[in-house]
Design a protein around this ligand. Structure first.
Ligand SMILES: [Mg+2]
Length: 88
């Protein structure tokens, strides 16, 4: 695939993923409107989601986990990263 076509294809996928992350960001912000003001607790929330992502990956690799579960946790982790960044 030519480089430009590959970049457009990747951009298309990235845009789709960003929409999912935005949806999760606003879902979480509505469900949990109070975001902590201190960075340690903000980072802990990101870390909690990253831990769930790792747990989903381990479950997929060694047990009966699914790629869908990994995808869900990756989106949640990215959404919480955005929330931290927006509040920095
Ligand atoms: Mg999660």
């Amino acid at each position: 695939m030519p480089r430009l076509a590959a970049e457009r294809w990747e951009m298309s996928i990235l845009n789709h993923k960003l929409e999912e992350i935005y949806d999760e960001y606003f879902r979480a912000a509505t469900l949990h409107p109070n975001w902590p003001e201190d960075l340690i607790h903000q980072a802990a929330i990101v870390g909690e989601e990253a831990g769930e992502l790792l747990q989903a990956a381990l479950k997929y690799t060694y047990e009966d986990g699914t790629r869908a579960a990994i995808r869900k946790e990756a989106i949640q982790t990215a959404a919480m990263c955005y929330r931290l960044l927006i509040n920095l």
